[in-house]
Design a protein around this ligand. Sequence first.
Ligand code: PGA
Length: 268
Amino acid sequence: MTGNRPVKTALIAGNWKMNLTAEEGIALVQDLAGRLGSPSGNEVLLLPPFPILAAIGAAIGDAAIELGGQNLHWEASGPYTGEVSGPMLRAAGCRYVLVGHSERRSHFGETDRTVNRKVRAALECGLRVILAVGENEEERAAGRTRSTVRSHLLKGLEGVAAGEAARIEIAYEPIWAIGTGTTATVEQAGEVHGWLRDDLRRLFPPPADDPIRILYGGSVTPENVDTLMARPEIDGVLVGGASLQAESFARIARFQRETTIALPGKSC
Ligand code: PGA
């Protein structure tokens, strides 16, 4: 037990974004599977680009690594050139899908409304959803972190029934920490995770909220993962850059929760 909540199986997710060919991805998976070795008790998930999902799924084989998509369309099929649907992800071997990443929101015009449609479509076709939320630098400076993440969370989950909560994960990703090398301090991350947990409890009264894991994302590295994962509010990590190398991602996936202590005032 950590605090008054049981420690959940940590989810360690690698978001490859628009990186790696099939050949490079397969080599990474083979290297990663060898490094992970025996099951660590943590759940490891890879989110490769769409065209290489099937190849990566085949390379994973029997290894204890899950597969997921980085995005989906809310319709199951139809005239949506360039899009990929939830049933297509399922057929390609995905168990998870990431929805509402800040890069989707900022570069591709995703709104809370489209994010919500995607969340519901993903749940409907049996996928697990990782809903990404997070404030930008301006919002944090203006003291609007809590209202921003709350709005992402509540609007993203609108219309989702408590019975579906067990297939949801939340990723708190402060935009100013993504790909910048500036990680949120454990206090900053812990505070926001606490707010998100409170809001989730209101939305899905306990015990329905309990299975929902809240991940931290934003410049997670082998050097800071132990400190982050020592916080009881942090149930896993969503990793971008450091997931593109087997060595660093394997170290992150095998973080040392038990040997680290979150020191007050210590940043990661
Ligand atoms: P980063 O990306 O680890 O490279 O900061 C995280 C993410 O965008 O999910």
